[in-house]
Ligand binder design. Structure first.
Ligand code: NAD
Length: 271
């Protein structure tokens, strides 16, 4: 494999068996990073579409191996502290260091507040927000040791604006943005940057699964959050569009960029 921008760097990408996370894993591998692919590989009770399978996790690992990259697949639930710790500890044992953390794992479902069980609220917050806290918590000491690090979390445009029937999802993603700003200040003295990305609808299983499971909600979603695809030909946001932002935020070119919530949304919140 040719030398890339991230030669010598180790990156952990949560929820990367498929979708945006897989695209990030392949993108970092292409740029020479050693990659840890993680996924829960188990369905979540509140989620109306299947989560990734072990087969998909193995498939992503195999694709990176075929590219000639060093890669490890680790099945772990980011919302469980013992799993988050094992994810980081195994990375350190196998690769010796951890430089870049991409907190990408996430779930979505739709419910009005009065019909939402505490279980649905907690599963969403545990995965989308507590998961970001737990993996970051265990990764940070290793970055501080090397006086360099990048933590980039996938929030959402729905962390910046509200949306009916998504109090849990919006709260979790707004939480990721608050977490990002606070941690950016805390870790700046250690030359670790902390940023979030805020995509609008991206062409993945989460989006298609939610739109299919809740057709009435789907009709309203685009009118409320604004035009999703302002570019010609209904050009949908693809995982690679988010990967490009991840690669930039992780690079030395973005060394002075920290504490931001970068919108990648074809201007849908600009009106
Ligand atoms: N698709 C969209 O429209 C959209 C828009 C904005 C933000 N996001 C966010 O982007 C991120 C990636 O989602 P995606 O669009 O690729 O959908 P996706 O469902 O294809 O990918 C999410 C991945 O996370 C994994 N995962 C779920 N819970 C996990 C857990 N507890 N531990 C480890 N892995 C877990 C899933 O198995 C899946 O592989 C999520 O945080 C999502 O909320 C998605």
């Amino acid at each position: 494999m040719s030398r890339g921008k991230f030669e010598g760097k180790v990156v952990v990408i949560t929820g990367s068996a498929r979708g945006q996370g897989k695209s990030h894993a392949l993108g970092f591998a292409r740029e020479g990073a050693e990659v840890v692919v993680n996924d829960v590989c188990r369905n979540a009770s509140s989620v109306p579409y299947p989560l990734a399978t072990e087969r998909e996790l193995d498939g992503t690992v195999e694709e990176i191996k075929k590219m000639g990259g060093r890669v490890l697949g680790i099945k772990a639930d980011v919302g469980i502290e013992a799993d988050a710790k094992r994810l980081v500890d195994t990375t350190i044992r196998e690769f010796g260091h951890l430089d870049i953390l991409i907190n990408n794992a996430g779930i979505g479902n739709v419910s009005s507040i009065h019909e939402m069980s505490l279980g649905v609220w907690e599963e969403t917050l545990r995965t989308n927000l507590t998961g970001v806290f737990l993996v970051s918590k265990h990764a940070v000491p290793h970055m501080i040791k090397r006086r360099w690090g990048r933590i980039i979390s996938t929030a959402s445009q729905l962390g910046l604006v509200g949306h009916p029937d998504l109090v849990h999802y919006c709260a979790s993603k707004a939480g990721v943005i608050g977490f990002t700003k606070a941690l950016a200040l805390e870790l700046a003295p250690h030359q670790i940057t902390v940023n979030a990305v805020c995509p609008s609808v991206v062409d993945t299983m989460q989006a298609s699964g939610m739109l299919k499971a809740y057709p009435e909600w789907a009709e309203r979603v685009f009118s409320l959050t604004g035009p999703q695809y302002l570019f010609p030909d209904g050009d949908k946001l693809q995982p690679a569009d988010i990967t490009n932002a991840m690669l930039w935020l992780a690079s030395d070119e973005a060394k002075h960029v920290t504490g931001i919530a970068l919108q990648i949304d074809a201007g849908s919140l600009a009106k």
